[in-house]
Design a protein around this ligand. Structure first.
Ligand SMILES: [Zn+2]
Length: 229
Protein backbone atom coordinates (compact mmCIF):
# COMPACT_ATOMS: atom_id res chain seq x y z
CA UNK A 1 0.00 0.00 0.00
CA UNK A 2 1.28 3.43 -0.85
CA UNK A 3 1.85 6.05 1.78
CA UNK A 4 -0.58 8.97 1.98
CA UNK A 5 0.98 12.36 2.76
CA UNK A 6 -1.21 15.00 4.42
CA UNK A 7 -0.07 18.54 5.23
CA UNK A 8 -0.53 19.47 8.90
CA UNK A 9 0.80 23.01 8.70
CA UNK A 10 3.83 24.90 7.53
CA UNK A 11 6.48 22.39 6.38
CA UNK A 12 4.82 19.66 8.44
CA UNK A 13 3.20 16.44 7.31
CA UNK A 14 1.61 13.29 8.59
CA UNK A 15 2.50 10.22 6.56
CA UNK A 16 -0.26 7.63 6.71
CA UNK A 17 0.91 4.00 6.54
CA UNK A 18 -1.99 1.56 6.75
CA UNK A 19 -3.28 1.76 10.36
CA UNK A 20 -0.47 3.92 11.72
CA UNK A 21 1.24 7.20 10.85
CA UNK A 22 4.59 8.97 10.96
CA UNK A 23 5.16 12.73 11.24
CA UNK A 24 7.69 14.90 9.42
CA UNK A 25 8.61 18.47 10.45
CA UNK A 26 11.09 20.52 8.47
CA UNK A 27 13.16 23.19 10.20
CA UNK A 28 15.87 25.42 8.77
CA UNK A 29 18.71 23.07 9.76
CA UNK A 30 17.17 19.59 9.96
CA UNK A 31 13.94 17.65 9.55
CA UNK A 32 12.42 15.62 12.38
CA UNK A 33 10.88 12.28 11.38
CA UNK A 34 8.77 10.71 14.12
CA UNK A 35 8.46 6.92 13.64
CA UNK A 36 8.78 4.86 10.46
CA UNK A 37 5.46 3.04 10.24
CA UNK A 38 4.62 -0.61 9.75
CA UNK A 39 4.95 -1.43 6.06
CA UNK A 40 8.65 -0.85 5.49
CA UNK A 41 7.82 0.77 2.12
CA UNK A 42 10.03 3.36 0.42
CA UNK A 43 9.74 5.82 3.31
CA UNK A 44 13.26 7.27 3.07
CA UNK A 45 12.67 8.06 -0.62
CA UNK A 46 9.34 9.70 0.22
CA UNK A 47 10.86 11.78 3.02
CA UNK A 48 13.69 12.87 0.71
CA UNK A 49 11.08 14.05 -1.80
CA UNK A 50 9.51 16.30 0.87
CA UNK A 51 12.69 17.77 2.40
CA UNK A 52 16.36 18.17 1.51
CA UNK A 53 17.34 18.73 5.18
CA UNK A 54 19.24 16.05 7.12
CA UNK A 55 16.80 13.68 8.81
CA UNK A 56 16.73 13.34 12.59
CA UNK A 57 14.74 10.16 13.28
CA UNK A 58 12.97 9.60 16.60
CA UNK A 59 10.92 6.54 17.54
CA UNK A 60 8.13 7.21 20.05
CA UNK A 61 8.59 3.56 21.10
CA UNK A 62 9.77 0.26 19.63
CA UNK A 63 6.50 -1.51 18.79
CA UNK A 64 6.86 -3.09 15.33
CA UNK A 65 4.32 -0.72 13.76
CA UNK A 66 6.50 2.31 14.63
CA UNK A 67 9.93 1.08 13.49
CA UNK A 68 8.98 -0.70 10.23
CA UNK A 69 11.27 1.33 7.95
CA UNK A 70 14.05 2.15 10.44
CA UNK A 71 16.48 0.05 8.38
CA UNK A 72 16.41 2.75 5.67
CA UNK A 73 17.96 5.34 8.00
CA UNK A 74 21.49 5.60 9.42
CA UNK A 75 20.51 5.99 13.06
CA UNK A 76 17.51 6.55 15.28
CA UNK A 77 16.86 8.06 18.70
CA UNK A 78 14.69 6.76 21.52
CA UNK A 79 14.57 6.64 25.31
CA UNK A 80 17.05 3.96 26.50
CA UNK A 81 14.39 2.00 28.43
CA UNK A 82 13.29 0.97 24.92
CA UNK A 83 16.68 -0.34 23.76
CA UNK A 84 16.24 -3.98 24.82
CA UNK A 85 12.78 -4.19 23.26
CA UNK A 86 14.15 -2.57 20.08
CA UNK A 87 16.97 -5.14 19.97
CA UNK A 88 14.37 -7.91 19.64
CA UNK A 89 13.42 -6.62 16.17
CA UNK A 90 16.05 -8.21 13.96
CA UNK A 91 15.40 -6.07 10.88
CA UNK A 92 15.05 -2.62 12.44
CA UNK A 93 17.78 -3.14 15.07
CA UNK A 94 20.41 -2.96 12.31
CA UNK A 95 19.85 0.81 12.57
CA UNK A 96 21.53 1.83 15.82
CA UNK A 97 19.55 3.71 18.45
CA UNK A 98 21.05 6.67 20.28
CA UNK A 99 19.61 7.91 23.58
CA UNK A 100 17.07 10.64 24.08
CA UNK A 101 16.51 11.93 27.62
CA UNK A 102 13.54 13.36 29.48
CA UNK A 103 13.40 17.13 29.00
CA UNK A 104 15.86 17.10 26.12
CA UNK A 105 15.16 19.58 23.32
CA UNK A 106 15.39 18.63 19.67
CA UNK A 107 16.09 21.85 17.76
CA UNK A 108 15.64 21.57 13.99
CA UNK A 109 16.10 25.29 13.35
CA UNK A 110 13.13 27.56 14.06
CA UNK A 111 11.25 24.70 15.67
CA UNK A 112 11.88 22.81 18.91
CA UNK A 113 10.47 19.59 20.33
CA UNK A 114 10.82 18.66 24.00
CA UNK A 115 11.08 14.98 24.92
CA UNK A 116 8.59 13.87 27.57
CA UNK A 117 9.17 10.33 28.85
CA UNK A 118 5.82 8.63 29.46
CA UNK A 119 6.21 4.91 30.28
CA UNK A 120 3.13 2.70 30.34
CA UNK A 121 2.25 1.71 26.78
CA UNK A 122 5.90 0.56 26.70
CA UNK A 123 8.66 1.05 29.30
CA UNK A 124 10.36 3.73 27.23
CA UNK A 125 7.50 5.50 25.41
CA UNK A 126 7.94 9.20 24.78
CA UNK A 127 5.85 12.15 23.69
CA UNK A 128 7.22 15.22 21.93
CA UNK A 129 5.99 18.67 22.94
CA UNK A 130 6.13 21.58 20.49
CA UNK A 131 5.39 24.47 22.86
CA UNK A 132 5.47 27.21 20.20
CA UNK A 133 2.83 25.45 18.11
CA UNK A 134 0.98 24.04 21.17
CA UNK A 135 1.18 20.47 19.81
CA UNK A 136 1.78 17.18 21.61
CA UNK A 137 2.90 14.16 19.60
CA UNK A 138 1.68 11.33 21.79
CA UNK A 139 2.75 8.08 20.12
CA UNK A 140 0.33 5.35 21.21
CA UNK A 141 -0.29 6.77 24.68
CA UNK A 142 -3.22 9.04 23.77
CA UNK A 143 -5.73 8.16 21.07
CA UNK A 144 -9.41 8.21 20.27
CA UNK A 145 -9.06 4.49 19.38
CA UNK A 146 -8.37 1.73 21.95
CA UNK A 147 -4.89 1.93 23.49
CA UNK A 148 -2.96 -1.34 23.75
CA UNK A 149 -2.12 -2.15 27.38
CA UNK A 150 -1.83 -5.95 27.43
CA UNK A 151 1.13 -8.30 27.35
CA UNK A 152 4.84 -7.64 27.74
CA UNK A 153 6.13 -4.05 27.86
CA UNK A 154 2.88 -2.62 29.25
CA UNK A 155 2.19 -1.20 32.72
CA UNK A 156 -1.14 0.35 33.75
CA UNK A 157 0.26 2.01 36.93
CA UNK A 158 3.11 3.56 34.94
CA UNK A 159 0.63 4.64 32.26
CA UNK A 160 -1.54 6.44 34.84
CA UNK A 161 1.54 8.16 36.32
CA UNK A 162 2.50 9.29 32.83
CA UNK A 163 -0.98 10.69 32.19
CA UNK A 164 -0.63 12.65 35.46
CA UNK A 165 2.73 13.96 34.22
CA UNK A 166 1.17 15.10 30.92
CA UNK A 167 -1.76 16.69 32.78
CA UNK A 168 0.74 18.91 34.61
CA UNK A 169 1.95 20.07 31.16
CA UNK A 170 -1.56 20.47 29.71
CA UNK A 171 -1.44 24.29 29.66
CA UNK A 172 1.30 23.97 27.01
CA UNK A 173 -0.73 22.28 24.24
CA UNK A 174 -4.15 22.46 22.59
CA UNK A 175 -3.78 19.68 20.04
CA UNK A 176 -2.62 16.08 20.24
CA UNK A 177 -1.25 14.15 17.27
CA UNK A 178 -1.76 10.40 17.91
CA UNK A 179 -0.18 7.59 15.92
CA UNK A 180 -3.48 5.75 15.42
CA UNK A 181 -7.10 6.74 14.76
CA UNK A 182 -8.38 10.28 14.27
CA UNK A 183 -5.67 12.92 13.93
CA UNK A 184 -5.54 15.46 15.43
CA UNK A 185 -7.53 14.97 18.64
CA UNK A 186 -8.25 17.81 21.09
CA UNK A 187 -6.15 18.13 24.24
CA UNK A 188 -9.24 17.07 26.21
CA UNK A 189 -8.59 13.48 25.04
CA UNK A 190 -5.77 13.36 27.61
CA UNK A 191 -8.30 13.80 30.43
CA UNK A 192 -10.57 11.17 28.88
CA UNK A 193 -7.73 8.62 28.55
CA UNK A 194 -6.53 9.33 32.10
CA UNK A 195 -10.02 8.95 33.60
CA UNK A 196 -10.65 5.72 31.69
CA UNK A 197 -7.26 4.30 32.75
CA UNK A 198 -8.05 5.13 36.39
CA UNK A 199 -11.47 3.47 36.11
CA UNK A 200 -9.78 0.41 34.56
CA UNK A 201 -7.30 0.27 37.45
CA UNK A 202 -10.15 0.44 39.98
CA UNK A 203 -11.87 -2.49 38.23
CA UNK A 204 -14.92 -0.41 37.31
CA UNK A 205 -15.03 -1.24 33.60
CA UNK A 206 -16.74 -4.32 32.21
CA UNK A 207 -14.56 -6.48 29.93
CA UNK A 208 -15.97 -6.80 26.40
CA UNK A 209 -14.90 -8.98 23.50
CA UNK A 210 -12.54 -7.11 21.17
CA UNK A 211 -13.86 -6.30 17.66
CA UNK A 212 -11.09 -8.43 16.08
CA UNK A 213 -9.11 -11.43 17.38
CA UNK A 214 -6.80 -10.28 20.18
CA UNK A 215 -5.55 -11.95 23.39
CA UNK A 216 -7.13 -9.15 25.44
CA UNK A 217 -10.45 -7.61 26.41
CA UNK A 218 -11.85 -4.23 25.42
CA UNK A 219 -12.53 -1.81 28.28
CA UNK A 220 -14.27 1.48 27.62
CA UNK A 221 -16.41 4.11 29.32
CA UNK A 222 -17.31 5.69 25.98
CA UNK A 223 -14.77 8.54 26.15
CA UNK A 224 -11.61 6.43 25.78
CA UNK A 225 -10.80 2.71 25.49
CA UNK A 226 -8.11 0.15 26.22
CA UNK A 227 -7.26 -3.34 25.15
CA UNK A 228 -6.03 -4.91 28.38
CA UNK A 229 -5.71 -8.28 30.12
ZN1 LIG B 1 1.22 1.63 17.47
Amino acid sequence: MAYEVVSIGDRAWRIEDEMVRCFLFEGTSAALLVDTGVSGGALCELVDSLTDKPIYLVNTHADADHIGANAQFKRTHMFPAEFMYYAQNEVSYKTPALPLWDGEDIDIGGRRFEIIVIPGHTYGSIALLDRANRLLIAGDSISATPIFLFGAQRSLPAFIASMEKLTRLASAFDTILPSHGDCPVPASQLGAVKATAEALARGELTPQDPPFPLPAKLYTDGAAAFFAD
